[in-house]
Design a protein around this ligand. Structure first.
Ligand SMILES: [Zn+2]
Length: 298
């Protein structure tokens, strides 16, 4: 029995020595190449990183396409994935409490970056809805890439400057194209994801639910919205592309308003994910919906 135990201990020790000897050269199981691995919480850091890094970094997203972003429950495998990653990026503790919890357990090897943690608090954690804030997030990501993949710095810098120009233009287009509209009332049958956008471009937003999808939306709030739509002669209501359309359809039926989509970008439909639709493209869809819905003149 004693001899048997000794054999087992010997095998364990030999295995540990063997693992230690090769682990520094072992390829990351979450990548099929030797490039660094960065894991993101949801789609905003994911798409910005892809644009900045191109193929020089493996970017992985924890939130599956179509999943709810605020109260997401990561699988046990997520922590193992994070422990193998060079960095974990999320937006903020307020937006993704689950990501903040995960970040506490990633281990020393993995850098953690909460992109918008130091941004001014506006009561709506969807900070990227202001393209200038998205640009700040992209800048932080470019600095992270410079640390993690310094050999690709010239490409990353070039991509950052192209993206920054694109976001500046996007901001200007929102300002000019939403300047002259029949209505400035945005009634959103969804969660409070567009508060920063409304504030930036001088729109009046009413959202059915709070800042997360689990935020309360009572029958009373719904009735108040229907009343507001009828009283103010509002022609358009907005909904979120990945939410069930039933509630918006019921409001539309009751009020005669048309339904147009808005894209919170933090989560993404499977089709848009597969097509690598960018932040700026989704924001341009938002601009088109708002222009149509609020009857803006270019
Ligand atoms: Zn949200």
């Amino acid at each position: 029995m004693r001899k048997h135990l000794f054999s087992i201990l010997f095998l364990v020790a030999a295995g540990a020595i063997w693992w230690a000897s090769i682990s520094s050269t072992v390829r990351n199981p979450y990548a099929d190449n030797d490039n660094p691995v960065i894991v993101t919480s949801g789609y905003v850091p994911y798409t910005l990183l892809k644009e900045l890094a191109g193929d020089s970094v493996n970017v992985l997203m924890l939130l599956p396409p179509g999943a709810e972003p605020h109260a997401f429950e990561p699988t046990p495998g997520a922590l193992v994935m994070l422990q193998h990653a060079d960095a974990f990026v999320y937006v903020s503790d307020e937006l993704e409490p689950w990501a903040a919890d995960l970040a506490k357990s990633v281990g020393q090897k993995t850098r953690v970056l909460a992109l918008a943690q130091s941004f001014p608090k506006t009561g709506d954690p969807h900070v990227w809805m202001d393209p200038q804030q998205a640009e700040l997030m992209a800048y932080e990501l470019s600095e992270l890439l410079a640390d993690i993949a310094p050999q690709h710095r010239s490409v990353t810098d070039k991509n950052y400057s192209k993206l920054a120009d694109e976001l500046d233009q996007l901001d200007k287009d929102f300002q000019t194209q939403l300047a002259n509209c029949q209505s400035r009332e945005v009634v959103h049958i969804g969660h409070l994801a567009f508060g920063n956008l409304a504030q930036k471009y001088n729109l009046q937003l009413t959202a059915l639910a709070g800042t997360s999808h689990n935020g309360e939306h009572s029958a009373k709030k719904l009735a108040a919205l229907v009343k507001q739509i009828k009283q103010n002669n509002i022609h358009t209501i907005f909904t979120e592309d990945t939410l069930s359309p039933r509630l918006a359809q019921a409001v539309a039926q009751e009020t005669g308003a048309q339904i147009l989509p808005l894209y919170p970008i933090e989560h993404i439909s499977k089709d848009d994910f597969n097509n690598n639709v960018t932040y700026a493209e989704l924001m341009r869809r938002n601009l088109e919906s708002l222009k149509r819905g609020l009857q803006c003149q270019a």
